[in-house]
Write a protein that binds this ligand. Sequence first.
Ligand code: SF4
Length: 575
Amino acid sequence: MSERVIPIATPQADATSRTQGGAPSDCPVDGLALDEVRRLLGDVSQHPDLLIEHLHAIQDHVGHLSAAHLAVLAHEMGLAQTEVFEVASFYHHFDFVKEGETAPATLTVRVCDGLACEMAGARELLARLPRLLGGDVRLIASPCLGHCEHAPAVAVGRNPVSPAHVEAVTAAVAAGATRPPPQSLCDYIDYAAYRAAGGYRLLAECTSGKRDAESVIRALEESGLRGPGGAGLPAARKWRNVLAEPGPRLMVVNIDQGEPGTFSDRVLLERDPHRLLEGVLIAAWAVDIERIYIHVRDDYLGCREILANEIESLLLELPLSGLPPIHLRRSAGAYICGEESAMIESIEGKRGLPRHRPPYVAQVGLFGRPTLEQNVETLYWVRDIVEKGAAWFTSHGRRERKGFRSFSVSGRVKKTGVVLAPAGVTARELIEEYCGGMAEGEVFKGYLPGGASGGILPASKADIPLDFGTLESEGCFIGSAAIVVLSDKDDMKDVALNLLRFFEDESCGQCTPCRVGTEKAVALMNEPRWDEALLADLVRVMGDASICGLGQAAMNPVRMVLKHFREDLTGGDMP
Ligand code: SF4
């Protein structure tokens, strides 16, 4: 990991830069493009919040976005061309091709160069593939694809290839499918199986008046259920906060988890999508929600397909009279949209720029309405907690911690994957009890307790309970509960550089400390000897002055290397 992969083309270089340079001046509406877009969109609503959906529809059909398409879309939606351009150019997954530029190849192969994938040989894969792929194929290094348990993760088109060795990738490309059909990699519990096992009984009890909203919220309160990521607020408090606001109220389900090393949402959905959907509908009923938006990460094509199909089955079989409509929305590749206010901007059809707070989204959220924002794991537990009782949930846990957590474990362990473990488990216990120990020949050196932003700890601190409030005194946090295990083969300077490059790529650019700070940090960290004083300055300024958690936490890896891994800074020659 001493050198960074030189990608064939980076997503940023592929015309998806988040800066606004190169915006086309207003372009006349082209008749051919107009016909094409009208054919594609038909009589679908042209409301501005559907801009990202329409951009996806055009790109899926044409393979890229041209100035002519953007001009036509602006015309059809009654938007300024600059509004459409700024959105099309913000998201990684839109390929905007300026006039005079060559359109990208028909098929794109993405190789993830996130930390777990780089540790598993992404760099070698990126170096070997160009000779083997040939033809009309574009190869790019990609930020985390959310398949870290199969590292190095590769997507051919939008389809994950697993396991992603060279032969599997070339075979997927050679299959001749320039646009391979969606591929779901899993057998999951479908509507019939879920119903047969007692699914939706609780929802029926709620909507029929057998249970009241207060008793459901109280059960969540007593369970202490908290949402992963960010502040880890108790779920019941969120529900009460939104309920206290005047209606109409909206709900947003955040399935745009892009923290490197995190893939638990995908795995939970690929196993049991209706457990999530029942939780969604119970929350919506309890908080008297008018409309539900489920925002799904674009890399999770299989999950989106599963959700679309299963929502259809659900509505056919169980007419949800009185329950709110569900809108499925597709993200477009921006880590920052995992932040709730940025995600809300994105669902409104805009660039995903985090909002200043207050007001909080519970008060002024989606379309200016009080909004209940929830993630997959919180909603996933609702049915079990209410049916089995809060005492069942709190009877699990270690070291006085209550309940369960889903950990995404990747890196140098024998068995990577999503681990469902009692709250309060330690990293050492996860490795030994749940992951079969360290991989052959690897010596445990350290770990990331909460994805890219949660910091890095040495193996000597692997006995701290992994939970909310337990890691903060070490300068770390649990975040999305993504545990990346590192070994004596890993140089911590390279680990931190990989993480900072990710933040540099993903900074939304809205505030200077983060936009410029991540770039400066990467430049300083690329030097053979780190300028520790300057990096410490950046740690302070970015932590104090960035608008959102991305900029505030981006320098955590640097802070931790300076504190715990000094031997890697000096190449083993301690001064
Ligand atoms: Fe955007 Fe970074 Fe500022 Fe957050 S901290 S608003 S990601 S520039």
